[in-house]
Design a protein around this ligand. Structure first.
Ligand code: NAP
Length: 261
């Protein structure tokens, strides 16, 4: 069959990351591919998108399975954050049930270098519990969901960087909220850490470039980093970059054309 006569490949892109933005930009230019970007809707102002966007959860595994069938989705690209384990696990299960191919973009985690002082922790709770008893100044890049967890160690002075502004809970009255969206630069984070006299850093091992600046800044200033390790996600077809995922989609397109689908 002539590729121009084919029904467009309906691609559901699970996003919310720099990889999904990059993928959406390139996929928008791919002939015969109709991409829909799906966002959880956690931030007030999503970045502009070159492809149509839907916002909000699907309603668990069954909700996503129903959505894939109802909307005749041909392929799912999971470009969510490495710590968004719930949606990634749901996508694995729903795609298997609906018999829809799934590919994930998994950026490699950051690796400790010689001058780094990291302690590694399975959860954000563990990373916070490992803070010293004596009051100190802590930079938290653990995200909004970790703010209630910080209340377990209210003696510290926190500087919290999150996308949308928030009023800190009363237990954390001595807290500075910095509302900002990456990418960030190491020299800016060094200046920030010096300005606030940061003594420790709470971070998730997100990987990628956009949020690496705080790790670089902690290295330069020789600050200890409490690093939360990634959650485990079941095995799935995965590539490292948005370009690799696009190459796989091109291949999928070619095989559909060959089979006359
Ligand atoms: P999560 O815990 O894995 O997901 C919780 C629920 O939110 C999911 O079960 C799903 O609801 C809904 N959801 C998540 N991502 C979605 C998407 N792209 N489209 C539609 N529904 C989605 O996720 P999270 O950690 O809260 O992260 C939410 C979003 O923020 C993700 O898309 C992720 O890429 C982005 N993000 C997360 C982090 C982080 O550190 N976790 C950092 C940067 C960006 P239903 O079960 O109802 O379908």
């Amino acid at each position: 069959m002539d590729a121009t006569m084919q029904r467009p490949l309906k691609l559901l892109l699970l996003g919310g990351t720099s990889e999904s933005s990059r993928f959406a930009k390139d996929a928008a230019r791919m002939p015969g591919v109709a991409t829909l970007l799906s966002l959880a809707g956690r931030t007030n102002q999503a970045a502009p998108s070159p492809v149509p966007v839907r916002v909000g959860g699907f309603g668990g595994i069954d909700g996503l399975e129903n959505y894939l069938q109802r909307e005749n989705v041909d392929v799912v690209v999971d470009a969510t954050h490495p710590f968004a384990a719930q949606i990634s696990s749901n996508a694995i299960a729903a795609c298997a049930k609906a018999n829809v191919p799934l590919i994930a973009i998994e950026r490699p985690p950051w690796e400790r270098r010689d001058r780094d002082t990291w302690s590694e922790h399975a959860t954000a709770e563990d990373a916070i519990a490992a803070l010293p008893e004596a009051p100190t100044t802590v930079f938290s890049a653990l995200g909004r969901s970790a703010i209630p967890l910080l209340c377990a160690r209210p003696q510290h002075h926190y500087v919290i960087r999150i996308v949308d502004p928030i009023v800190p809970p009363p237990e954390l009255s001595d807290t500075v909220i910095i509302s900002a969206r990456g990418p960030f630069q190491a020299e800016d984070d060094i200046a920030l850490f010096l300005e606030y006299r940061i003594a420790r850093v709470l971070a998730k091992n997100a990987g990628g470039d956009a949020a690496y600046s705080k790790i670089e800044a902690a290295r330069q200033l020789q600050l200890p980093v409490h690093m939360v390790e990634r959650p485990t996600i079941a095995k799935r077809l995965a590539v490292r970059t948005s370009d690799d995922a696009l190459a796989w989609i091109t291949h999928l397109q070619a095989s559909r054309t060959k089979r006359g689908v």
